[in-house]
Design a protein around this ligand. Structure first.
Ligand code: AMP
Ligand code: ZN
Length: 136
């Protein structure tokens, strides 16, 4: 899609440090890394977000992500890893071409959980679960 930086990277019209490519997905270094080895995995097809991607493309991106996560593990030997995704500006999405962030983690690094875990009210959890289940 014209104007999309990730489509430009996929087309090799914009520079990137690409670390993995297959028929359906490509992975390149994030230029604002949260930690060393922060990689973005994206579908070649331009889709905006989790609500647009569809199960088949999402599966292909996840397969590529598992492969790239193994590559990062072999290369950098992190203690752990987060997969992060943002759908919508409200959820911190800034590039509107679907992507998964692979963020290698090291014990004692500065990354924090973005919410404070607190027990929910069981009746509220159950009511919301019922609303979600009803749409399935
Ligand atoms: P998000 O906020 O989840 O939409 O993440 C978008 C990510 O894309 C950010 O972490 C940016 O640092 C990253 N990013 C933006 N432009 C580029 C680029 N040209 N090459 C690599 N990463 C990029
Ligand atoms: Zn795009």
């Amino acid at each position: 899609m014209s104007g999309c930086i990730f489509c430009a990277i996929i087309a090799k019209d914009a520079p990137s440090w690409t670390v993995y490519e297959d028929e359906h997905a490509i992975a390149f270094m994030d230029i604002n890394p949260a930690t060393d080895g922060h990689v973005l995995v994206v579908p070649r097809r331009h889709v905006k977000d989790l609500w647009e991607i569809g199960e088949r493309d999402a599966g292909q991106v996840m397969e590529a992500s598992v492969r790239v996560a193994a590559m990062i593990k072999r290369a950098l030997e992190p203690d752990g890893m987060n997969i992060l995704h943002a759908t919508g500006a409200v959820a911190f999405q800034t590039v509107f071409h679907f992507h998964l962030h692979l963020v290698p983690r090291t014990r004692g690094d500065s990354i924090k959980l973005p919410w404070i875990p607190r027990p929910g009210e069981p009746s509220r959890i159950a009511a919301v679960a019922e609303r979600i289940t009803a749409t399935g």
